[in-house]
Every structure is written in C-alpha cells, then in structure tokens.
Design a protein around this ligand. Structure first.
Ligand code: NAD
Length: 360
C-alpha cells in the first residue's frame, strides 16, 4: 500500500484555530460593509443556509431566514429573533406564502439589500439518505419536484425580493449552485467536470440556475444589482451524517472527507457586499476563490471533528490513498479525486465505491 501525502495538506492537520483566524479576517475585510443591511437567506434553518445566516448576523446585518421547516432549529430561531432578525416558515414553491413573507419583511425592515438563494433539494434529500440514481432510474415526478424548488422556487423568491433592490438602485443576489454544472476542456472539446458523481436531476436544476444567474446579472446591471453564483465544495451539512452512515452500513466510505460549512463564508461575505459596480455575473467555485484570496486551500477547511464512527472510515480511506502531487491548484482535479478515491477503496479491499466512483 502506498503512503498518503495529500499534496495540499502539508505536514500538520489543519486546526480549527486556523479556520477561526481566516473567518476573523473575512469579517474584518467585508463585515462592516454588511452592517445594518437587510439580508434574506432561503433554506436558512439548517445546513449552509444557517451558517450563512449566522455569519450575516455576526456582520450586523438584519437577517430574514426562510425555511419550509424549523424542526430541530428552535434555539437558532430564538437567537435570530433576539437579534432583530426574522425566522419565517415558507415553502418557496408556494406563491401565496412567499407574498405574505415579502409583505412581512417589508413591514418589519422596509427594504431588502441582500438575497441568498440557498434553499434546495440535493440528491441525498430527494433520494434520502443515499441519493444518486442513474438518470434512467429517475421519474418525471423526481425532476418536477426538484425543478419546482431549485429553479422555479428560486425564481419566485427573486421576483419578489429584487423589487426593493431595484427601487434602491443597489443590491446583491447570490445563487448557490454546484460544481457539477461545469464542463471543462483539456485542449479540445468540452466534457462534464465530474458526471461520475451521478446526480440527475439535481445538477440539471443547478445548471439552469447558473444560466439564469448570468442572464439576470446582465439584465439588472444598469439598475445597480449584482447577481452572482457560488459553488460550495463537498460539505458536511444537515443530511451528511445520515448519508455517510447509510454508506458505512454497506462498507463504503461516502467519498472524501467533507469540508466544514464555514468554508463558504469568506466568499459569501465578499459577494454579499457587492453591487453592480463590483463583481457581477460571476460564478465562483469556493475552494478556488478561497485559495486565490488567501483563505487557504481545500484541506484548510476539512472537517476533523467528525463523530468517531465516521472519522474511522475517512481516516482509513486517507491512509489507503495513493500519493498524487500537483502544483498550482488548491485541490485535486476532479478526475484525479475520483481515481484516487476508487484506488483507496480498492486498497481497503472494497469492490464498491460511492456512486459512480467504483473501486473495480
Ligand atoms: N452540502 C454540499 O456538499 C453542497 C455542495 C454544493 C452545493 N450545495 C448547495 O448548498 C445549498 C444548501 O445545501 P445543504 O447541503 O446545506 O442542504 P440542507 O438540506 O442541509 O439545507 C437545505 C435547506 O433548504 C430547505 N428547503 C428545502 N426545500 C425548501 C423549500 N421548498 N422551501 C423552503 N426551504 C426549503 C431545507 O429545509 C433545508 O433547511 C443548496 O443549494 C445545495 O444545492 C451543497
């Protein structure tokens, strides 16, 4: 078995303190821009949305967190409301509920400056807990359900909350998408960045939202509004532990160690503070953005505080992974990640890999 040296991991395990230091710097850099602003975050009760809502609150923004369910999030709801924020229960596919929420926000805060379109179904929540069905094994209803939330829901939210931004001549809209929408070229024709992750209809919805981002940005540029999209890395959010454990039960490690949700915050603070005079019509992959802006490479944000049963699997996987070195990139290229993952699973004696990352 080959020893593991993840090229961007360095000699020591990245410490929580390093992440805290980077976050403190991000707040110093952009936090003051956001103080007093009104920010709407969809899917704000848990996962990435909650982490973003907390971050905007820490910046002094007035935060409206919208979610279809607040189950298990009572403490956060109370904290939000104690800090002059608002927690709203709304299914973003419901026009009437969105109208009511919009009126409530305008009555309470009088305007909206920032909109984070984060609410979504992911493959693991549509096909809970393991996700990942081949395209021909999905139904039309699966596609309808996912497009209703991830595309039409986001559009319904934009249609309403952009109105005060247009009136003010400034604002920032941020759509959360996924790197699975990307295509790349190694010199010739383009091909999918990582179709082996098996994620239809999810990635189709995110590709549509990405296209909407580019076109809307151009259409509202002269009205002062920035519209951007952000692609998080592989992140431990509300569904992650159930999914990882479901795979553990069949002796499969659920892909690589995830990042902590906080890895999206420096880029989110930067984008939330934009208007059309700054960055607009951009699509950022968070790990690349972090690297370029001095917020660490991918390994700096990995989650080293997993529960013991999950830690055991990821530690074994990392110990079984062959060495791959490459300079000038903040994380391994995706095909290399897939190949190394499959090799590590094979080294561990497993014939199965996660989703398309077969070890055979
Ligand atoms: N976790 C990752 O690795 C990852 C990677 C890339 C992109 N993303 C994106 O990040 C965003 C957040 O994902 P997450 O991993 O935190 O998921 P999550 O399931 O933890 O959080 C999603 C939130 O959206 C809410 N929501 C879902 N449908 C809704 C609806 N119809 N109306 C209102 N709220 C609704 C859920 O209740 C939940 O609170 C999504 O847009 C997802 O596509 C996540």
């Amino acid at each position: 078995m080959t020893n593991v040296v993840m090229p961007d991991e360095g000699a020591s395990i990245p410490a929580k303190e390093e992440q805290t230091k980077m976050l403190d710097r991000a707040f110093r850099e952009w936090g003051s821009e956001l103080s007093g602003r009104v920010a709407v975050v969809t899917g704000g009760a848990r996962g990435l949305g909650r982490t973003i809502a907390e971050c905007l609150m820490r910046s002094g923004a007035k935060v409206v967190a919208v979610d279809k369910s607040w189950e298990g999030a009572d403490a956060f709801r109370q904290e939000l409301e104690a800090k002059n924020g608002l927690a709203v229960t709304v299914d973003i596919t419901d026009d009437a509920a969105l109208d009511t929420a919009y009126e409530l926000v305008m009555a309470q805060f009088g305007t909206v400056d920032i909109l984070i379109n984060n609410a979504a179904l992911v493959s693991e929540t549509l096909f809970y807990p393991t996700g990942h069905r081949n395209t021909l094994d999905t139904t039309d209803e699966d596609w309808q359900k996912m497009f209703d939330v991830n595309l039409f829901g986001a559009l319904k939210v934009i249609r309403r909350f952009i109105a005060p931004m247009r009136a003010n001549g400034r604002g920032s809209i941020l759509n959360v998408v996924s790197s699975g929408v990307l295509s790349v070229s190694s010199g010739g024709a383009f091909y999918g960045l990582r179709p082996w992750t098996v994620e239809m209809p999810y990635q189709a919805t995110k590709a549509a939202l990405t296209a909407l981002t580019f076109y809307l940005a151009e259409e509202v540029r002269t009205e002062g509004i920035a519209v951007n999209a952000l692609m998080p890395g592989h992140t431990r959010t509300s569904w992650f532990d159930d999914t990882a454990r479901a795979f553990n039960d069949i002796d499969v490690v659920y892909f690589m160690r995830p990042a902590v949700a906080e890895h999206v915050l420096p880029c989110t603070l930067f984008l939330a503070s934009q208007n059309a005079a700054g960055a607009t019509g951009r699509l950022y992959y968070v790990p690349e953005w972090n690297y370029d802006y001095g917020y660490g490479d991918y390994s700096a944000w990995l989650d080293h505080e997993l529960p013991a049963d999950m830690e055991e699997g990821y530690a074994r996987l990392e110990a079984a992974m062959p060495t791959y070195e490459r300079s000038g990139v903040p994380h391994l290229p995706f095909d290399a990640q897939g190949a190394l993952y499959a090799a590590a699973m094979a080294n561990m004696g497993s014939r199965e890999g996660w989703a398309g990352g077969s070890a055979q």
